[in-house]
Design a binder for this molecule. Structure first.
Ligand code: NDP
Length: 347
């Protein structure tokens, strides 16, 4: 794995350099069988990068769950420290883009997939992947947002670019109790949209209404094979589910509407017809958070600061310590997690 550059050796505190620190390590044996362990790491175990960050908080996203359980091939370099998101303090930055002590947030860029990631006391990253933590947002809040919440904001921004404003009609959010869904509901409702929340957990209706959902529908209404065109029910949608659900959301979108597709909780397939596109002028907007350009990230984080009620955000997040990461990863792929998980690395 990566060698520690001289610049980093000089600037990172001597003690921090020499003391091993805890991290989660995913390994594969000769038969490609995956295992997960807690290991004592040093910076030598981390891959190259120009910036060392001491991690204050991280989170467990659906993708982290897939990586740790091995359910999908998220990890593409072995061994790997997983964890796709972190917020923390810059310890050293070779190029000078950040100063020691600066607070930063990282989402994606292959961290935790192809580059050693967030589930360790330190991460070595590249400065151009890092966003300055917006004023007024703590590391804990930033991880309550995480990739899921930042993707929700990218999805809202995509709908806005397509002129899906609150006066156009309702917006449906699928996977409502998940990370993307809960944050999307909170943002959309603060912006004045009438939000229809689609969930397989109707017992969480009060929670979803508390976040700002105006209507709750059961996900069974959307999850089976549907018609090419169905009754128009909403002007737009944010879909974290894919498969038949996305096909039905499209077939129920009103004339000129748009759907932001960001997830695949039901499946990666899209058993749809072109009817909504060619007969109703509906648009399908693709959302990728991992390689989204820096300008979009900066805009999304500014919008998160302005358009997400941080008090609401705190009600939809659960805090765990480093030792809870692996169990949380298993729970999220089994659909047992509601809202967002924050990992307090100092707990
Ligand atoms: P979560 O696991 O937190 O939420 C997913 C939600 O989807 C669940 O809470 C559940 O909501 C619903 N769901 C689960 N299984 C099914 C199923 N079989 N059929 C229908 N609905 C189901 O994940 P996240 O919110 O973090 O992520 C959601 C999706 O978005 C994932 O597929 C993830 O990979 C993707 N994603 C994509 C990103 C991108 O850059 N495009 C970035 C971040 C995430 P309920 O119980 O309310 O029905």
């Amino acid at each position: 794995m990566g060698r520690v550059p001289e610049g980093i050796r000089r600037t990172v505190g001597k003690d921090a350099m020499q003391e091993p620190f805890k991290g989660i390590l995913l390994s594969r044996d000769a038969d490609k069988k995956q295992s997960v362990s807690v290991a004592d790491l040093t910076l030598d175990d981390l891959m190259d990068g120009d910036t060392v960050v001491e991690i204050e908080a991280t989170t467990v996203n659906y993708k982290d769950g897939l990586a740790i359980t091995g359910k999908s091939p998220v990890v593409r370099r072995w061994p790997m420290v997983p964890g796709i998101d972190c917020a923390g303090t810059v310890v050293s930055c070779e190029g000078g883009a950040f100063r020691p002590g600066d607070k930063v947030v990282l989402n994606g860029f292959g961290v935790g997939e192809t580059h050693t990631g967030a589930y360790a006391a330190y991460a070595r990253l590249n400065a151009d992947w890092l966003i300055p933590l917006p004023e007024g947002i703590s590391e804990h809040d930033a991880m309550a947002v995480g990739t899921a919440g930042y993707t929700a904001m990218l999805s809202v921004m995509a709908l806005e670019r397509h002129a899906i404003t609150p006066d156009r009609g309702p917006v449906v959010v699928t996977g409502a109790n998940g990370g993307v869904g809960t944050v999307a509901i909170a943002i959309l409702s603060k912006l004045g949209y009438h939000v229809v929340a689609s969930t397989g957990r109707p017992e969480e209706a009060d929670f979803l209404k508390g976040l700002g959902a105006s209507e709750i529908i059961h996900r069974d209404e959307l999850s089976g094979p549907g018609k090419p065109l169905a009754k128009e029910r909403w002007a737009g949608g944010i879909d974290a589910v894919g498969s038949h659900t996305l096909a039905n959301v499209l077939s129920m979108t009103s004339y000129g509407g748009a759907v932001a597709a960001c997830g695949l909780a039901q499946g990666m397939d899209l058993p749809a017809s072109v009817a909504p596109f060619i007969l109703r002028g509906v648009s399908l907007l693709g959302i990728d958070s991992v390689m989204a350009p820096r300008s979009l990230r900066l805009e999304a984080w500014d919008r998160i600061r302005d358009d997400l009620d941080l008090e609401k955000l705190r009600t939809l997040s659960t805090t765990i310590g480093f030792d809870g990461i692996v169990d949380a990863a298993r729970d999220i792929v089994e659909g047992k997690v509601r809202g967002r998980i924050v990992v307090d690395m100092k707990a």
